[in-house]
Design a protein around this ligand. Structure first.
Ligand SMILES: [Zn+2]
Length: 477
């Protein structure tokens, strides 16, 4: 980060009169083009360009009174996108040195074995096409909201790279915490002048990309600076891209209200999981974490209609509990119910909802989980099993469907107990469903029962006090 300050000093960003319609704020300094040949004869690439003598710029032969007198013009044989030297300067200025690999071309909207759901793919595709449109015509603000690793920074940087390379525009990419550090470092003492200069540059830069707004947790002074900066750009409608993973409610309300204002702000929510997590989950066997099989099971497809009022009320309560839990996963939630009571639908809805919000959730049935462990179990060589077991223990949010102990072997019971006990002790958010009664579980595994029936951690809900969900669906149709 220290480099940005130096870069701001070093970068000689003279106005380039290239006629490109950008919102560039121009200075009157002369461009410091290298005397080396940068522009070539289009007829013969080995020779310097005859129009500009290879300099890439030339002055027009106009009278002294002409406003263009003495000003450099960009040579038509040396288009902006070929001007490597300028790109490098702009990169240093914009803090984009380390980000040249983030482009629209290599932004992937579907990958990793198709483990993105169609909703993820659509969301990423939309987010990308909006970014491409903005890169062509940056008007107003673009606010990307999405979880860590969802690709919002990649898109924001791709916009910056594209403006820089195709239009020669000055852009600054900076994370909110780095921006505040920079301002703090330059504020006061002998560097007051440079503080003013930096602040001015960031305030006025033709395109500002502010990454990760909300993680900075600013003090009063920094909060004020950030507000001043964003307010200035908002009032003056200066092109600005903001990314955040912080709920708007948690941001400075003066800033979030500006990010909400529809006319100049386009707000895009990216529904995609952290791609690094997707890659990690892939290392777990997809057979036991395949949410795609359950992708139709969502809160809004859950039928809570019934002719029976008690049943209807019970299903609605279950749905409400599931939604509330998904909103902020804490503690344990257990749905009891016969086959077809709708418990799997609710559990999968929770997993789908969390997954689309980028939360680290795994959905699996208890039998699949045990199979997965059993396949790797070989008393002679424990390593593969241990790895799988550790992977499962490490799952931040687990939705475990169809927990059943009646026919479980003692090995299975032991493994389930170990997993559940670990989650109990570490208080990891977990959803269970079971078609067994409480009494059955207490008889089959008293140890497990003490964990599952601990009311301090686990909320129980019986979905099926009256009849079967499947039966009801059938009689309805
Ligand atoms: Zn030329």
């Amino acid at each position: 980060m220290r480099n940005l300050g130096d870069a701001l000093d070093d970068a000689n960003l003279a106005g380039q009169d290239n006629g490109t319609p950008t919102s560039s704020h121009r200075t009157d300094e002369e461009p410091a083009y290298s005397i080396d040949v940068v522009c070539y004869d289009p007829e013969n690439r080995d020779l310097p360009c005859p129009l500009c003598d290879g300099k890439g710029v030339y002055t027009l032969d106009v009278p002294l009174t002409d406003p263009r007198f003495g000003r450099f013009q960009r040579c038509p044989n040396h288009p902006v996108e070929d001007d490597r030297e300028m790109h490098e300067r702009l990169r240093r200025f914009g803090n984009l040195d380390g980000y040249r690999d983030k482009t629209f071309e290599n932004f992937r909207v579907s990958h990793l074995g198709g483990s993105y759901t169609p909703i993820n793919v659509t969301s990423l595709y939309n987010a990308k096409s909006i970014a491409e449109g903005y890169a062509e015509k940056p008007i107003g603000w673009l606010v990307y909201e999405g979880p860590y690793g969802s690709g919002k920074t990649h898109l924001a940087v791709a916009i910056a790279n594209s403006r820089l390379e195709l239009y020669g525009e000055q852009v600054i990419f900076i994370t909110a915490p780095d921006l505040l550090d920079l301002l703090r470092a330059t504020f006061g003492s002998e560097s007051e002048a440079s503080y003013d200069a930096y602040f001015e540059r960031i305030r006025n830069v033709p395109l500002l990309v502010l990454d990760d707004l909300g993680v900075e947790n600013p003090s009063g002074w920094a909060k004020e600076k950030l507000f001043q900066l964003l307010n200035f750009r908002h009032v003056n409608q200066l092109p600005t891209v903001v990314t955040t993973n912080t709920p708007f409610d948690d941001l400075d309300p003066r800033i979030s209200s500006r990010m909400m204002q529809g006319e100049i702000v386009k707000h895009i929510r990216i529904n995609a999981p952290d791609y690094r997590r997707v890659a990690r989950t892939q290392s777990l066997d997809m057979r036991f974490n395949d949410l795609r099989l359950y992708q139709e099971m969502r809160f809004d497809t859950f039928e809570a209609e019934s002719l029976d009022n008690d049943e209807k009320a019970s299903l609605k309560t279950g749905l409400r509990m599931a939604r509330t839990w998904a909103q902020e996963p804490q503690g344990w939630l257990c749905f009891l119910g016969d086959y077809g009571s709708g418990k799997t639908h609710l559990a999968a809805s929770i997993a789908n909802d969390l997954n689309e919000r980028g939360k680290d959730v795994m959905f699996t049935t208890a039998p699949d989980l045990l199979d997965y462990l059993r396949q790797a179990f070989d008393p002679q060589s424990r390593s593969r099993f241990d790895k799988r077991f550790q992977d499962i223990l490490g799952i931040p949010i687990l939705v475990l469907d169809d927990l059943s102990l009646t026919n479980a072997t003692s090995w299975s019971k032991e493994k389930l107990f170990q997993i559940i006990d670990y989650r109990y002790l570490s208080k990891r958010p977990t959803v269970f469903t079971t078609s067994e009664t409480r009494q059955m579980i207490e008889e089959d595994s008293p140890r497990l029962a003490t964990r599952l029936f601990d009311r301090r951690l686990c909320k129980w809900f019986d979905l099926d006090p009256v009849g079967s969900y499947v039966k009801r669906m059938k009689t309805q149709s």
